[in-house]
Design a protein around this ligand. Structure first.
Ligand SMILES: [Zn+2]
Ligand SMILES: [Zn+2]
Length: 164
């Protein structure tokens, strides 16, 4: 499964064709759900699309606001359950430092990955450095600790904000 994100830089320019990112993310999500026999219901898919509206992490409350703006007013638990589903299948990641969600650019590895978070524009980019993942697992294992979630969050300035 090769997504657009593997072919270019991790951070996107303002002008990039974001519709392509969203289309790829939805195709990837449908493929993951098919493989796993999971159901991407309309509300789950809509929540995923809302998260993918930009490369900026989005909080659950913001997702609820978008849905109410569209005339649906799902109960918060409905949205939380949809988020749980997307997390469980590795379609989104939860960034605890921001209490927000970001679409996964390489679905199917829940609870892992490294994120570069721009403190100026709020954009996030996902790294999938298996070297870092393995180093964490090794060090945790050396302490007799089994890691379940090892999402690494790194804050700083993205290339666009650094140049500005
Ligand atoms: Zn994009
Ligand atoms: Zn930035």
């Amino acid at each position: 499964m090769i997504s657009v994100h593997d072919q270019s830089g991790r951070f996107f320019s303002e002008e990039h064709d974001h519709r392509h990112c969203v289309a790829t993310a939805l195709e990837d999500a449908q493929a993951v759900c098919r493989e796993r026999g999971a159901r991407l219901t309309p509300v789950r898919q809509r929540v995923l699309e809302i998260i993918w509206q930009s490369h900026r992490p989005l909080g659950a409350y913001a997702i609820l606001e978008v849905l109410s703006g569209e005339g649906h007013s799902p109960a918060p638990p409905t949205v939380y359950r949809a988020l749980e589903f997307l997390l469980m299948h590795g379609l989104v990641h939860r960034l605890s430092s921001l209490n927000a969600f970001i679409g996964c650019t390489r679905p199917g590895h829940p609870g892992a990955g490294q994120f570069l978070l721009c403190t100026s524009c709020g954009t996030a980019a996902e790294l999938n450095d298996t070297g870092i993942e393995h180093a964490i697992e090794r060090s945790a294992e050396a302490e007799g600790f089994t890691s379940q979630v090892h999402t690494v969050e790194i804050s700083g300035l993205c290339p666009h904000c650094r140049a500005a």
